[in-house]
Every structure is written in structure tokens, then in C-alpha cells.
Ligand binder design. Structure first.
Ligand code: AMP
Length: 217
């Protein structure tokens, strides 16, 4: 089981990646979380990534590719993984195929959401410092919501989810996404999912699509 989740920031990749990983019993590898964890640990890589992330720009490919490939080389990824946030452009997709082979990705699930809706979602999003799970502030059970309903970690608004950075991130991500949609369509691996539904309905659509295309039931 090796899947890639595609979509612009705020499409619901992080939420769905975690739900799917839990459901299918494979790890979810999230490039943004790997960078945030490096920052938390104060590594050189974390420091380098910080300046790009704060501006809503992509971290250079070489650094990103080696960080993700290193993670995919760990034991728990041997039987499969769900990639969230990587690849972000054609160069990264090609590097993944060169490192792990043509079949390194079975399906690329594209969560499709309109850009205005994404900007709204990102501005109202809070994330858990501990497990990385994103939430819509308004949909959380308690107000003010300060703790993650899933693991109890502290909830915070990411710097790059602040409105002035959000549009910039979406603009930066669009060309890479277009390349990837073409690439995975050409390889017969693209599956489109309607992301403008409830979290549960998006999850169901993904599971149905995977059941249709793979042996998962
Ligand atoms: P995300 O959590 O996916 O929204 O990513 C947050 C930030 O991490 C992005 O705005 C980029 O600066 C950086 N980042 C995450 N994934 C990648 C990637 N595959 N390539 C380059 N930069 C990335």
C-alpha cells in the first residue's frame, strides 16, 4: 500500500492521511510535520526550512527529497506508507520513482477543493503541536479550544496559516500541483476525490475509491 495524497494546502490531506493511515495500518509520512519536527529539535535542516516555511515558500527540492527518502527507508515504511505533502512538484515525484522504482506510488488521490474555500479553511485552522492533527477552530467541542481532542496536545495556529501567508502558499503550490496531476494522469494513477464534503464523507469516498482500485475492502 503506497499512496500519495495530492491537494492544495487546506484541502484536508493531513486529516485524511491520518485517518487512512490508522484505517490501513501503514504510517503516514507528512513532509511538513518532518520539517516542523526538525525545527522543534533545532537541527540545521530545521533552521534552513524555517525561513522558507514562514514565507509560505517551498523548501529546496534537494533537502526535501533526501529528508523524505530517509524517512521512507525506515523499517515501519517497508510494507507501505501514505505520503502527505510530498511530492509537491514533478522533480520530487521523479526522485521518488528513481529511488523506489516506477511502482513506488500505486495511487495518487487528489482531494479537490476551490481556492476561496481553502483560504477560509486555512485561516480558521488550528493544529496540534504533539500529533500534528489539524482542526477547524469553529468545529471543536469546547471554546476556547486549547487541547487536541485526539491526543490532548496543545492546539495552536501555525504561522503560515495566518491570512497574509495563506494566499502566497496557495499561489506557490498551484504550478507543482498542475504538474503532478498531469504526471499521475499520464501514468494512469490519478484518482479524484471531492474535498468539499464533510470529513467523514471524504474519507468514505477515498475508501470506496481504494476498494475499487485495490484489494482493500
Ligand atoms: P504543509 O504542512 O504541507 O502545509 O507544509 C508547510 C511548509 O513546509 C510548506 O509551505 C513548505 O515550506 C514546506 N514543505 C512541506 N512539504 C514540502 C515539499 N514537499 N517540498 C517543499 N517544501 C515543503
Amino acid at each position: 500500500m503506497r499512496f500519495v495524497l495530492l491537494g492544495l494546502a487546506g484541502a484536508g490531506k493531513g486529516t485524511q492521511a491520518q485517518l487512512l493511515a490508522h484505517r490501513l495500518g501503514v504510517p503516514c509520512v507528512t513532509s511538513g510535520d518532518l520539517f516542523r519536527s526538525h525545527q522543534g529539535l533545532g537541527t540545521d535542516l530545521g533552521l534552513l526550512a524555517k525561513s522558507y516555511m514562514e514565507r509560505g515558500e517551498l523548501v529546496p527540492d534537494q533537502v526535501t527529497i533526501s529528508m523524505v527518502l530517509e524517512r521512507l527507508g525506515e523499517e515501519d515504511c517497508r510494507d507501505g506508507f501514505i505520503l502527505d505533502g510530498f511530492p509537491r512538484n514533478l522533480e520530487q515525484a521523479v526522485a521518488l520513482e528513481q529511488a523506489l522504482g516506477e511502482e513506488s506510488v500505486e495511487w495518487a488521490l487528489y482531494i479537490e477543493v476551490e481556492e476561496d474555500e481553502l483560504a477560509n479553511r486555512l485561516s480558521g485552522r488550528v493544529s496540534c503541536r504533539q500529533c500534528g492533527m489539524p482542526y477547524q477552530r469553529d468545529a471543536l467541542p469546547s471554546d476556547p479550544a486549547t487541547r487536541c481532542p485526539s491526543c490532548g496536545g496543545e492546539l495552536y495556529q501555525r504561522l503560515d496559516d495566518q491570512p497574509e501567508v495563506v494566499r502566497q502558499r496557495l499561489q506557490v503550490q498551484r504550478p507543482g500541483l498542475t504538474q503532478l496531476l498531469e504526471h499521475y494522469t499520464d501514468h494512469g494513477k490519478l484518482v479524484k476525490i471531492n474535498g468539499e464534503q464533510s470529513v467523514g464523507d471524504v474519507e468514505n469516498e477515498m475508501l470506496e475509491a481504494l476498494a475499487r482500485y485495490t484489494a482493500i475492502s
